[in-house]
Design a protein around this ligand. Structure first.
Ligand code: SF4
Length: 251
């Protein structure tokens, strides 16, 4: 059974060499380094999960959410270069959650909260995804994926959301009406309303991409802006090229 997720496909597309290090050589744990934005992102996600697990909606106040964030933060403070950097990321997290409290209905009772879910695509592929939240109201089922970063500059690819909708639809045995990214910095929602055409297109794309991976012979490095956060840059055959690229494209 070939296990696939939108994250895995995206990693292959971004850099086949990095994909090989993670999924074939299996050396990610050896090289993984904590990063400030990942630590912050995990804390924001976990605080929101803890928050929606509170049964009594009267208790879902800003004070509660902030306390949950601070609790998670105390448990893991890895990845920050200095106290100042940590404070900066802490402020960003607080700001995102304030926007969330202000702009959203926090009395909702989600059907599902952040976890790994999966479904089979035929007999040879297992599609997996870590899905943040699933709501159900009078209009139907809504799959939500929180984003702590900024929207993609190159536009919106519905593959991840369609894949998540397929997974949840199979799990709940009912249709998904809508699947959305929620960009927490600005409360920007990007949504798809799944259709048979979208599902078919998504399955076709996933199968094509799996075929490319399975036929891959070389897994060449592809120097790109994400080299900056790549844990394998020091062992990458394109290390010098990547460093030169990053120097020339400082953010
Ligand atoms: S440093 Fe860049 S090119 Fe090398 S493996 Fe990482 S992402 Fe790929």
């Amino acid at each position: 059974m070939f296990k696939v997720s939108p994250f895995k496909l995206n990693l292959y597309k971004t850099c086949p060499q990095q994909y090989k290090y993670v999924y074939i050589d299996d050396i990610a744990d050896q090289y993984k380094t904590a990063k400030p934005y990942l630590t912050m992102g995990a804390h924001v996600h976990n605080a929101l999960k803890d928050f929606f697990e509170i049964e009594d909606v009267q208790e879902r106040t800003w004070q509660t959410l902030e306390a949950l964030l601070r609790k998670r933060w105390r448990e893991n403070r890895n990845g920050f270069a200095s106290r100042d950097e940590e404070a900066l990321y802490g402020k960003k997290a607080i700001q995102m959650l304030k926007v969330f409290m202000h702009e959203n209905d926090v009395t909702k009772r989600p059907l599902l909260l952040e976890d790994y879910y999966e479904t089979n695509l035929g007999s040879e592929v297992k599609l997996l995804g870590r899905i943040d939240r699933v709501d159900e109201d009078a209009d139907g089922v809504h799959v939500i994926d929180y984003k702590t970063g900024k929207p993609q500059e190159e536009g919106f690819d519905p593959l991840q959301l369609a894949a998540y909708a397929m997974i949840i639809s199979a799990k709940l045995k009912k249709p998904v009406r809508k699947a959305s990214f929620l960009y927490l910095q600005t409360n920007l929602w990007q949504s798809v309303e799944p259709s048979d055409e979208l599902y078919q297109d998504t399955v076709d794309r996933i199968m094509d991409e799996i075929a490319s991976i399975q036929n891959e012979q070389e897994f060449r490095p592809r120097v790109n802006p994400f080299c900056r956060s790549c844990d394998f840059i020091e062992i990458c055959p394109a290390r010098d090229e990547a460093k030169k690229f990053l120097k020339a494209n400082k953010t």
